[in-house]
Design a protein around this ligand. Structure first.
Ligand code: ADP
Ligand code: ZN
Length: 217
């Protein structure tokens, strides 16, 4: 199954992608994680994108498209994949469509997570992540059992630089301006499925699994 998760920052794409990846046995492709890894490793790409990411703006399409192209060519992606945070602009969506077409592939479903703005802002400012294993915590709704320490691997949890309140607001605006137009793009292709989150307590993974039963692979 080839999936895209669409939604504002903090909508829960990362957590959902990890759940679905486990259930379906296919990889999560998070361009955000890949870019953060490049920054942490201090590669040429990492040096180019660090300031852009810290400001909450989008990394240029050609850089992101290039890392996706490389990733999709790997054997682990041949039986399906879950995009989390890509595509984020119309030009990325078109690039992906062409890339998949070259291999006779297509996207089977795009899951739109619709979450009220108050909830996403609260989630992002309370988010902590494990830099080692990637697990995501929330100080209010999903705290680690030992303060500041990852349950999974005992590493020290960190706050992402772009999860500061001013940057969060900027990222939300960028989402509305650059990414939200993709909703219409995928609606036209009749592969968009919307999951509406009202209070943030819903079992989103279960809701998505129900929706995916209707998707033909
Ligand atoms: P979130 O979905 O919580 O905003 P991500 O981890 O997906 O966070 O992305 C973090 C940052 O990485 C973005 O604000 C942007 O600067 C950069 N980024 C990630 N994916 C893309 C993409 N597809 N296109 C452009 N920039 C991206
Ligand atoms: Zn960990």
């Amino acid at each position: 199954m080839n999936l895209i998760l669409l939604g504002a920052p903090g909508a829960g794409k990362g957590t959902l992608a990890k759940d679905l990846a486990k259930i379906f046995g296919i990889p999560q492709i998070s361009t955000g994680d890949m870019l953060r890894e490049a920054v942490a490793a201090g590669t040429e790409l990492g040096k180019k994108v660090k300031d852009i990411m810290d400001s909450g703006a989008l990394v240029p399409d050609d850089l992101v498209n290039a890392i996706v192209r490389e990733k999709l060519a790997r054997p682990e992606c041949h039986n399906g994949f879950i995009f989390d945070g890509y595509p984020r602009t119309k030009s990325q969506a078109e690039s992906l469509e062409n890339l998949l077409k070259e291999d006779g592939k297509k996207i089977d479903a795009v899951i739109l997570l619709e979450v009220p703005k108050e909830i996403v802002v609260k989630r992002l400012t309370n988010r902590r992540i494990c830099p080692h294993c990637g697990r995501i915590y929330n100080l209010i709704t999903m705290p680690p059992s030992k303060e500041g320490i990852c349950d999974g691997c005992s590493s020290k949890l960190i706050t992402r630089d772009d999860d500061k309140e001013e940057v969060v607001t900027r990222r939300y605006e960028v989402y509305l301006e650059r990414t939200a137009p993709l909703i219409e793009f995928y609606k036209q292709r009749e592969i968009l499925f919307t999951i509406t989150v009202q209070n943030g307590d819903e079992d989103v993974t279960q809701m998505v699994l129900n929706v995916l039963k209707r998707v033909r692979k």
